[in-house]
Design a protein around this ligand. Structure first.
Ligand code: GLU
Length: 547
């Protein structure tokens, strides 16, 4: 039996040829040097910030070249799949504010001329390529059972030889086609293996964009291309998909680095142009104890992108932070170009560090800085959008008091050194809740040095009855507080108190603290003068009388 007849027997339903697919998915019409990259996750449920680092780089790089970035879903490992896996991935990408030109948009929608972009919908294409390999003696059916494979492995272990299906261990490689046909007709299950033309004693050299020049032995393993259920394994799907989707840059985890010789071999067998490879080190996190470790699905739900969505982490700081991990020189560039858009940065694969580290506190700092520079109105709008999803009561409250809320958010903002209190939108309510009478109930007062309620009340009553006037400017307001301090035996400045602690009951700090705590319940707040201006005299009196 000829190879062609065997191929027809194995793939009776394949009607197209690989040339047909070359025409359906022609070389892309892009400018010279345009990069085509992809994010190709498996829908396994847990999408974390480490995944987003590669997605971010893959998205960023083509933009500068007017290239293409697409999303492909690699769902051939059905055991690892979960429900809503695709939606999780798509919403993670949106959470980061990234976009793509082509690919999977939702569980049911795709966009672009190089699809389908879900591997399980591409089976016919893989089979067409596999059929071509059978016809051309580049692959063969293998009937070895799991038990036979185990026995081979044991033998190799005792003989201290390399594990795998190669050389004399590749039992099915030399079966003749009649024998193969006989077994197929009688219904034996089989996988399809590569007929490797590599020599383990020769070397393959290639240049990885991140790792630099790399040398590996050639691949001599007859690896499985297609499993017995007809589904391709990674190496083969990578060849078919990245060729037909005309990918120029493959960025992926460094666990794939040792497989490059197989990929080079496959691309060469077909005469296809090899994509550029960039292998990214596994992202590590700094945990609470300051030590580095891998992200774990069980322990690190805080690194799930969903978590960042829930806490309302703004998009730009996440992108900025990912760039600081991606390129070691980014931070100094940012220092010299504080207001330049991110896209102006010259990203370079070779500046990707060998073990990227995700430091949550650093992200938070970037984000605090970013939020401090927004206008109060911008913060309000984003806060409202966030609250609509995660705290609808708070959303109604702030929309009921929209101008008031904007004024609250404007305290110590829109000035040279704005406050940097919050890193994400869920941080805001814990900072400003006391400004709303609806929330100022059953509060827990954080009294400090002055905690005798009689003393507290007499200070407050005196203050309200004799000193406080909402029309005072800030200096007058403060001077009056000094008078109040003096009247009650407290030093009007800290220095006097420190020089003579036994001469006073305390200092102006204690007096202003009493007012602060009485009005907000908190011992730490933004500017008290501004808070009082916004609360207004009625509320101030009400809160004091309530004590
Ligand atoms: N689906 C593969 C993974 O999740 C993708 C690797 C690649 O980008 O080629 O590891």
């Amino acid at each position: 039996m000829t190879n062609k007849e065997l191929a027809n027997l194995m793939f009776p339903d394949v009607t197209k040829t690989i040339d047909d697919y070359e025409k359906i998915y022609p070389k892309r019409d892009l400018a010279e040097g345009a990069i085509v990259s992809r994010y190709a996750p498996s829908p396994t449920g847990f999408v974390h910030m480490g995944n987003m680092l590669s997605c971010f780089i893959e998205c960023f790089v083509p933009k500068k070249t007017n290239g293409i970035f697409y999303l492909r879903i690699e769902d051939t490992d059905q055991k690892r799949e979960i429900e809503n896996g695709i939606d999780n991935i798509v919403s993670a990408i949106k959470t980061l504010g990234l976009d793509y030109n082509e690919g999977v948009i939702s569980e049911t929608e795709q966009r672009g001329n190089y699809g389908p972009y879900i591997q399980s919908e591409r089976i016919e294409i893989y089979h067409t390529f596999a059929k071509y390999m059978i016809e051309n003696d580049l692959a063969y059916p293998c009937f070895c059972t799991a038990q036979e494979m185990d026995e081979t492995r044991e033998k190799q272990k005792t003989r201290k030889e390399r594990i795998g299906y190669y050389g004399r261990y590749a039992k099915c490689r030399n079966l003749d086609n009649d024998e193969r046909a006989k077994r197929i007709r009688r219904g034996d299950t089989y996988t399809i293996r590569l007929k490797s033309n590599g020599d383990y004693h020769k070397k393959v050299h290639f240049h990885d964009l991140v790792k630099g020049d790399v040398i590996f032995p050639e691949n001599d393993q007859d690896i499985i291309l297609i499993k017995s259920d007809g589904i391709p394994l990674y190496h083969f799907a990578h060849l078919v998909d990245d060729h037909l989707m005309r990918t120029t840059h493959v960025l992926r985890g460094e666990d794939w680095l040792p497989s490059v010789p197989v990929h080079i071999q496959l691309f060469n067998m077909f005469g296809f142009e090899l994509p550029n490879y960039a292998h990214l080190g596994l992202i590590m996190i700094v945990d609470e104890n300051g030590s580095k470790r891998k992200i774990s699905k069980r322990k690190d739900q805080n690194f799930a992108v969903r978590h960042f969505h829930e806490i309302g982490m703004p998009q730009l700081p996440m992108q900025e932070y990912l760039m600081t991990i991606a390129n070691s020189n980014f931070e100094s560039w940012r220092e010299s170009n504080p207001n330049a858009p991110l896209i102006d940065f010259d990203f370079s694969f070779s500046k990707i560090g060998s073990s990227p580290l995700f430091d949550q506190s650093k992200l938070l700092n970037i984000s605090k800085n970013y939020l401090s520079k927004l206008s109060a109105k911008e913060v309000y709008d984003n806060l409202y959008d966030w609250a609509l999803k995660y705290d609808s009561d708070f959303a109604s409250l702030i929309s009921q008091y929209k101008e008031y809320t904007i004024n609250i958010l404007n305290i110590e903002r829109e000035q040279k050194k704005p406050r940097k209190d919050f890193g994400c939108y869920s941080d805001i309510k814990p900072y400003i809740w006391y400004m709303y009478k609806e929330l100022f109930k059953d509060v827990n007062y954080e009294w400090q040095n002055i905690n005798n309620i009689d003393e507290i009340k007499s200070i407050l009553n005196k203050y309200i009855d004799f000193y406080y006037d909402i029309n005072d400017d800030k200096d007058t307001w403060f001077n009056k507080m000094k008078l109040l301090a003096e009247e009650f035996g407290y030093a009007t400045n800290i220095k006097d108190y420190k020089n003579n602690p036994s001469g006073y009951k305390g200092s102006i700090v204690d007096i202003s603290m009493v007012i602060r705590v009485a009005l907000t319940s908190k011992s730490m707040t933004p500017d008290l003068y501004d808070i009082m201006q916004l609360l207004g005299i009625e509320t101030i009196k009400e809160r004091i009388n309530k004590l």
